[in-house]
Design a binder for this molecule. Structure first.
Ligand code: F0G
Length: 460
C-alpha cells in the first residue's frame, strides 16, 4: 500500500471501560499499596503496562473456539487441533500442553536438572532461573556484550555470546550441561531479538559437544518478524517460514502461550526426544493433568491453536512491532533514555540515566514507576535492583546490572491514542525528573521480593 500510516489490523467488537482517577486519589491508593504497583487493584489503573503476559485481547475466532472447545478428559478434539498447529510451527514430535510457561519449565528442569548441573541461556527469565535453581542446578546468562549497553543500537541485541558459550562448556564440562537455552526475544534484556545466524551457530556449537538446544519461545513470532526486517536473506520469507527455520535448530521448546499465542492462559513443552517425552508426560500427569489437556480446559487449547495462527499474520506483526517502535521513537525524541532500539513487546526506560541523582540503593526504577502512576495512572514494572538486587554478607545491596522500567504493551488492547497519552505522561514525568525522590524497602519476602515488597519514599 502507498499509505504510510499503519493501522490496527482489526475492528473492535467488545470494549472494556477503564476508570479514571485523579492524582489525590492515586496518592492514597499508591500509599495503601506500599508504593508497589503490584499491590494496586487493576481497576484503579488507567493504562496497564505491567505485563504483556496473559493480557492479550482475543479475536472473535478465538472466542468462537472457546465455545467449540471439547472438554473430554482424554483425547479431546481440541487437543488434536492444538497439537497439529503447534507441530506445524515447531515441527516437534511431542507436544505437551501445560497451564503456562513456568509449568513447562518446572517439568523439564525437574527431570533434567539437579545439583551439579549448569544451564546457559542468552538471558534466563526469572521463572526459568527459579525453576533451574530450585532443583539445585545453576543458571548462567551468556548475553552478547552489545546487549548489555542500553544506549547502543544494534539489530540483534538478544544474541548469545558464542565465544563465552564455548568457554563455558569447556569450563563446566559438556556432561554437566543437560541442555542449552535461547530465549526469543530476550525479555529480561529489553525484548531484543536473536538472529537466525546466532540460533544456527548456537545449535552448531551445542551439537559439537552433544548438548541439546531448547528455545524459550514466548515471543517467537515477534522474533521472526525482526529477522524478516533485519536479517539478509529473510525479507521475502513469511513469518511462519522463518519461525519454522528457527525451530528447526531446536531439540525442544518451552512456551508461555500467554504472550505470542494471544491467549490469557496456556503454554506447552515440545520435544523431539522420545525418552524425555515419556518422563515429561509422566510428571505432567502428576502435576498438571492428563496428556491431552495438561492443566488447561479444552476451550483454552482451541484459543491457543487459533492465536498461534493469528500471531503469524504479517499485518498483525507489522502493526505490533511498529506500534511499540512508535512509542519508543517519540520517547527518544522527547529525550527520554530508553533501551535502543525499541524491543518487540515493551519499551524499557533506562532509569540510571533518567534519574541519575537517585543511586541504586534508593531504587531509581521504583521511583519512576511510582511517579508514572501518580502522574497518569500508568502501571509499569521495575526491572532493576528491586527485582534482581541481592545483599552481600554485610547486608549491603549488590545492585542489578541495569536499572530499568518496563512498559510492556498488551497485544491488541490499546490504540494509538492510548499510546499518545502515554508519551505525554512520560514526557511530563521526565521534565520534572529532578524532583523525583528515592525509595527505601520497609518489607521484603526472602525470594521474588518485587511482587510483595513495601516501600516508603525518602524525604531528602
Ligand atoms: N520465559 C519468558 C521469556 C517469559 O517472559 C515468561 C513470562 C516465562 C518464561 C514464564 O511464562 O508467565 O506463562 O509462566 N513472562 C511474563 C512477563 C510473566 O511479564 O514478562 P509464564
Amino acid at each position: 500500500m502507498k499509505y504510510k500510516t499503519i493501522i490496527e489490523p482489526f475492528k473492535i467488537k467488545s470494549v472494556e471501560p477503564i476508570r479514571f482517577t485523579n492524582r489525590e486519589e492515586r496518592e492514597v491508593l499508591l500509599k495503601e499499596a506500599g508504593y508497589n504497583p503490584f499491590m494496586l487493584h487493576s481497576d484503579d489503573v488507567l493504562v496497564d503496562l505491567l505485563t504483556d503476559s496473559g493480557t492479550s485481547a482475543m479475536s472473535s475466532k478465538q472466542w468462537a473456539g472457546i465455545m467449540e472447545g471439547d472438554e473430554a478428559y482424554a483425547g479431546s478434539k481440541s487437543y488434536y487441533r492444538f497439537e497439529a498447529v503447534v507441530r506445524s510451527i515447531t515441527q516437534m514430535k511431542h507436544i505437551i500442553p501445560t497451564h503456562q510457561g513456568r509449568a513447562a519449565e518446572k517439568i523439564l528442569f525437574s527431570i533434567v536438572g539437579g545439583p551439579g548441573k549448569y544451564f546457559p541461556n542468552n538471558t534466563h527469565f526469572d521463572t526459568t532461573r527459579a525453576n533451574i535453581e530450585f532443583t539445585g542446578s545453576e543458571a548462567f546468562d551468556l548475553l552478547n556484550e552489545v546487549g548489555k549497553h542500553p544506549e547502543i543500537r544494534a539489530d540483534f541485541k538478544g544474541n548469545m555470546d558464542l565465544e563465552k558459550l564455548e568457554a563455558f562448556i569447556n569450563e563446566k564440562g559438556a556432561e554437566n550441561i543437560p541442555l542449552c537455552l535461547i530465549t526469543v526475544t530476550n525479555n529480561s534484556g529489553g525484548g531484543q531479538p536473536v538472529s537466525m545466524q546466532n540460533i544456527r551457530e548456537t545449535k552448531q556449537l551445542c551439537s559439537k559437544y552433544g548438548i541439546p538446544l531448547f528455545i524459550d519461545a514466548c515471543r517467537f513470532a515477534e522474533n521472526a518478524y525482526f529477522i524478516k526486517l533485519r536479517e539478509k536473506g529473510y525479507e521475502n520469507k513469511t513469518p511462519l517460514e522463518i519461525a519454522q527455520e528457527m525451530f528447526s535448530y531446536a531439540d525442544g521448546v518451552t512456551m508461555s502461550a500467554k504472550k505470542d499465542a494471544l491467549v490469557n492462559i496456556g503454554g506447552f513443552l515440545a520435544l523431539n526426544d522420545d525418552e524425555l517425552a515419556i518422563k515429561c508426560r509422566n510428571l505432567l500427569i502428576v502435576t498438571e493433568g492428563f496428556v491431552t489437556y495438561g492443566g488447561l480446559a479444552g476451550r483454552d487449547l482451541e484459543a491457543v491453536a487459533q492465536g498461534l495462527l493469528e500471531v503469524l499474520d504479517e499485518h498483525y506483526l507489522q502493526y505490533r512491532i511498529r506500534s511499540v517502535e512508535y512509542l519508543g521513537e517519540k520517547l527518544i525524541a522527547a529525550g527520554v533514555p530508553i533501551i535502543e532500539p525499541p524491543g518487540g513487546h515493551a519499551i524499557y526506560i533506562d532509569a540510571k540515566r533518567f534519574v541519575n541523582h537517585i543511586p541504586p540503593e534508593q531504587y531509581p526504577g521504583q521511583s519512576i514507576v511510582c511517579e508514572l502512576y501518580l502522574e497518569g495512572g500508568i502501571r509499569a514494572v521495575e526491572i532493576g535492583s528491586v527485582m534482581f538486587g541481592k545483599y552481600d554478607n554485610q547486608g549491603k545491596l549488590i545492585p542489578a546490572m541495569m536499572e530499568l522500567v518496563r512498559l510492556a504493551i498488551p497485544r491488541r488492547v490499546y490504540t494509538q491514542s492510548h499510546v499518545d497519552f502515554l508519551i505525554e505522561v512520560i514526557t511530563e514525568v521526565y521534565k520534572k525528573r529532578n524532583e523525583l525522590k528515592g525509595y527505601k524497602i520497609i518489607y521484603e519476602a526472602p525470594i521474588l521480593r518485587h511482587f510483595t515488597a513495601k516501600f516508603e519514599p525518602l524525604m531528602q
